[in-house]
Design a protein around this ligand. Structure first.
Ligand SMILES: Nc1nc2c(c(=O)[nH]1)N[C@H]1C(S)=C(S)[C@@H](COP(=O)(O)O)O[C@H]1N2
Ligand SMILES: [Mo]
Length: 332
């Protein structure tokens, strides 16, 4: 299994098993249950079975957020579609994406939707600060109101370094629009993103106090203002589910998925390359740049990817296929 293998966050149990294998296992376990009796299965197997038995409705309902009080803001979804990035493959089923997520604040398993009940996504605010002339802080409603004209829906492919992939419609605001309003200083060479630090609401954080929380990420300023970089507030035409990083997350489709930090609270313009959660844990496996590249093992092979909810495989593309938009950033 290709699950962030070479770092201390090694997966537990079989929760990360690819879906096709998991479904076979479920069938096997049903048979085993009939043959041996439920008692012989053991608690671990029972937990695994419960996970895969969950209905799509349950997975989507558990992750749903409290809607804004201002009903007018709800009418912003779905946002006008910007069709430039239409994918060359089938869109991922919404429930398939929602049941297989990476969100270590909640769990190392993929079924993070099971652990998000206590997570409060409202009220929530995000700040833009650091090396800029006009720092500001907005709550999520103010963010949507201020940038309502910039809100777009875009179809992007997402590629996790574990080699699973998805093709999903995000709703978001181009990050460049937001950074521009802060009026960055010439000294701002990088942008740092910080997630939340609330172990009381996030069982994965409570279980791993030694990890470098909060989850952090970073981009160069040129990457941050690239046309592709989105600050997402929604997915599949409605506000983000908790397990996908409600209420606000970053989406950087040409980089491995861990760069797309969830549940962002602080955006800091800085004059140096910031430390990130994964590169702090293992700098060799998770370098700062982390562009998708089929030729570079990380350290496991990256030649192919599997679409979530299916057994369809595709060849991995350099920059995840977005070279037209980003290759110039890396010309030497
Ligand atoms: N705060 C936070 N952001 C995160 C993660 C995380 O554990 N915590 N996981 C990352 C990884 S490894 C991936 S692949 C994507 C997954 O996004 P998705 O679960 O919405 O598909 O989120 C990224 N953002
Ligand atoms: Mo990932």
């Amino acid at each position: 299994m290709f699950v962030h293998k070479r770092n201390p966050l090694d997966p537990v149990g079989g929760a990360e098993t690819p879906e096709s294998v998991a479904l076979n296992r479920r069938r096997f376990m049903k048979t085993a249950a009939l043959a041996a009796g439920a008692g012989a299965l053991g608690i671990g197997a029972f937990a695994l079975w419960r996970e895969f038995r969950a209905t799509d409705e349950e997975v989507l309902r558990r992750g749903a957020v409290v809607p804004p009080e201002d009903a007018d803001l709800a009418t912003l979804y779905p946002a006008p579609r910007d069709d430039r990035f239409a994918y060359d493959r089938l869109e991922t089923d919404e429930a398939a994406a929602a049941r297989y997520t990476n969100f270590y604040e909640f769990s190392r398993r993929k079924s993070t939707w099971r652990y998000v009940d206590a997570f409060q996504t409202r009220p929530w605010s995000v700040s833009v600060e650091g090396h800029c002339r006009r720092p500001f802080r907005l709550n999520t409603d103010e963010l949507l109101s201020r940038y309502r004209d910039a809100l777009v829906e875009r179809q992007y492919r997402h590629r996790c370094v574990e080699t699973w992939a998805m093709a999903v419609p995000w709703t978001g605001i181009p990050l460049a629009r937001i950074l521009r309003d802060a009026d960055p200083l010439a000294s701002a060479t990088h942008v740092q993103f910080d997630s939340f630090d609330r172990p009381a609401q996030a069982p994965g954080m409570a279980a791993t106090p030694r990890f470098p929380w909060p989850y952090t990420e970073g981009l160069t300023i040129r990457e941050a203002v690239n046309d592709l970089t989105l600050l997402a507030t929604g997915m599949y035409g409605h506000p983000l589910l908790k397990q996908h990083g409600a209420p606000i997350r970053l989406v950087v489709p040409w980089k491995y998925g861990y760069k797309s930090i969830k549940s962002v609270q602080r955006i800091v313009l800085t004059d140096r390359e910031p430390a990130t959660f994964w590169s702090t844990l293992d700098p060799a496996a998770y370098p700062f740049q982390s562009n998708v590249d089929p030729t570079v093992p990380r350290p496991w092979p990256q030649k192919e990817e599997r679409m979530l909810g299916t057994s369809t495989r595709h060849a991995t593309q350099l920059y995840n296929g977005y070279g037209e938009y980003v290759a110039h950033l890396y010309d030497v």
